[in-house]
Design a protein around this ligand. Structure first.
Ligand code: ATP
Length: 501
């Protein structure tokens, strides 16, 4: 359930408005009225996404000697998904409304009994969201008024539909119609997309689009051991597309049907202190998220209670983010024991054990898995960076993106466009910088408007070429966040951008 606490970020409408206005993200297949749960990233969005992924890869793979990166196929042998438990168990509880044909996830559909002075007068239902408690209370007051009941309305205690009794199914109103009697009991709905391999379409050719990237690391564990000089503790990392046929994709890019993941399986000796390693990865990942610009006060930790853990899981801590629609999982860090390697060893009949020469024994390593969705992180990055302020009587929208993540690192702006010496100097500087960074050149409009355009897409530095530049070879460098300006020479600008970006 979405935790309720004071929210200090932008509203969802502001973030979506910016994405639309500046072409950062589009609904997929928009000219055909869109397809639910799929999104396209425009030129700036694609840059931000690449920068997020590159930062993760640099810090998780390149800058560590104990982690290697791989890139696996999306379609794998169907037995992979049988062994991993996805064919039997990767499902969400689905509830149908027989009248409206709407579908809900039972664990995101909440209901409450409405009682007035000890008498139950009906039920209310709401969809999970930060404001659901007050929405349910309003519905309860309305029900009491409609039925003209006198007396005191008792406290409204929301529970997920997964906890409803068979008698209650018929009494809980559908959120679509507001009337009881049309909701079905929950049933398991497998989230994997199916396809067929080859020309024959029957049971024997069924294959799946991967719902996570993690299994690629487990089934290649032995390949990596056999071909790289590496031994536990070590990690295998991967980023790439995953697909889940989510019942209710929602909240923009937070929950979609096609998305990208960045996952790492960290293999440790079976007798290592797994709690210490788990804590290490929780801390490392938390600091990394802050390091790429997520605001600390919007981040949190959710340590799963033992009864919430899957049967093979030893511990799981989610790093949460306070999105405009509530506190939600951003990244999960799970201690998975040796469940996955055991399953694949059993199902494939191939040994996946590691032989430790020093100890002269074989064992199946245990795993700590930090897993994060790129798109979910993208949304958290935007919510952290979006900022509005009043400047000289106008609203200034600024994306305070970390320079590593900013799509455009600097903009070169000639102060005037009708003086060839100024324009040529600006073009010259622009072309030099372009060899090192993604920079843009903008000559149209008043300088103030050009600054605002760059602020809104998060360009950290605007470099203005003016008449003094012709005289003394210095340029004005304006900082996006402080709006302060100072003058630097060309070589100082090159060194400055190299350090900052
Ligand atoms: P949730 O409970 O929100 O469905 P999950 O616990 O099933 O997520 P995992 O299987 O642990 O998610 O996947 C790892 C990460 O992948 C999540 O922390 C999230 O960032 C991302 N992710 C999972 N499902 C989606 C989705 N449908 N859309 C976007 N990102 C997703």
């Amino acid at each position: 359930m979405a935790e309720r606490r004071e929210y200090g970020g932008p509203a969802m409408d502001q973030v979506i408005g910016l994405c639309k206005r500046r072409g950062i993200i589009f609904q997929s297949s928009e000219i055909y009225n869109g397809v639910a749960g799929c999104f396209d990233y425009g030129p700036l969005g694609a840059e931000i996404k690449k920068n997020i992924k590159n930062s993760w890869w640099q810090d998780m793979v390149h800058r560590r000697s104990d982690i290697v990166g791989i890139d696996c196929s999306i379609i794998m042998h169907p037995d992979v998904w049988r062994a991993s438990g996805h064919v039997d168990g990767f499902s969400d509880p689905l509830v149908d409304c027989k009248i409206s044909k709407m579908r809900y996830r039972a664990d995101q559909l909440y209901f409450a009994r409405v009682a007035v002075s000890g008498e139950v007068i009906g039920y209310v239902s709401v969809l999970e969201d930060a404001g659901m408690q007050s929405a349910a209370e309003n519905q309860a007051h309305e029900l009491k008024r409609k039925l003209s009941k006198q007396g005191e309305l008792e406290a409204i205690i929301l529970r997920p539909y997964t906890e409803a009794t068979p008698q209650e199914y018929a009494l809980i109103p559908s959120p679509a119609t507001g009337k009881p009697g049309s909701l079905t009991p929950p049933r398991a709905f497998n989230l994997m997309f199916q396809t067929h391999l080859g020309a024959v379409v029957d049971e024997s050719s069924v294959a799946y689009l991967r719902p996570e990237t993690a299994q690629g690391m487990f089934i290649n564990f032995k390949n990596i051991l056999n071909t790289y000089r590496i031994k536990p503790p070590f990690g295998i990392a991967q980023m790439g597309r995953s697909f889940r046929n989510e019942i209710t994709p929602r909240n923009f890019i937070f929950r979609s049907r096609e998305f990208e993941q960045m996952e790492m399986e960290f293999f440790i000796p079976d007798d290592a202190d797994w709690q210490e390693w788990h804590q290490y990865w929780v801390n490392t990942r938390f600091e990394w998220l802050k390091g790429i610009g997520l605001r600390g006060h919007l981040l949190g930790l959710d340590v799963h209670r033992p009864e919430k853990l899957s049967h093979y899981s030893r511990a799981c801590t989610d790093i949460t983010f306070h999105y405009p629609f509530g506190v939600q999982e951003l990244e999960g860090i799970a201690a998975r024991g040796n469940f996955d390697l055991t399953q694949h060893q059993r199902a494939s009949g191939k040994s996946l054990e590691y032989f430790d020469e020093r100890q002269n024994r074989s064992y199946l390593p245990h795993v700590i898995e930090p897993a994060i969705g790129v798109d979910r992180l993208f949304l958290a990055v935007l919510c952290s960076a979006y900022h509005e302020e009043q400047v000289e009587g106008e609203v200034r929208v600024v994306l305070e993106l970390h320079p590593r993540i900013a799509p455009v690192k600097a903009a070169v702006l000639p102060l005037v466009k009708n003086r060839p010496e100024v324009v040529n100097l600006a073009r010259n500087l622009y072309e030099k910088l372009l060899k090192m960074h993604y920079v843009q050149y903008d000559k149209s409009g008043a300088i103030g408007r050009r600054y605002r355009r760059m602020d809104e897409i998060g360009t950290p530095y605007c470099i203005t070429v003016d008449f003094d530049s012709l005289e003394n070879g210095t340029f004005t460098v304006r900082d996006r966040d402080t709006m302060e300006q100072h003058r630097l020479t060309e070589s100082e600008i090159i060194a400055f951008l190299a350090e900052k970006c």
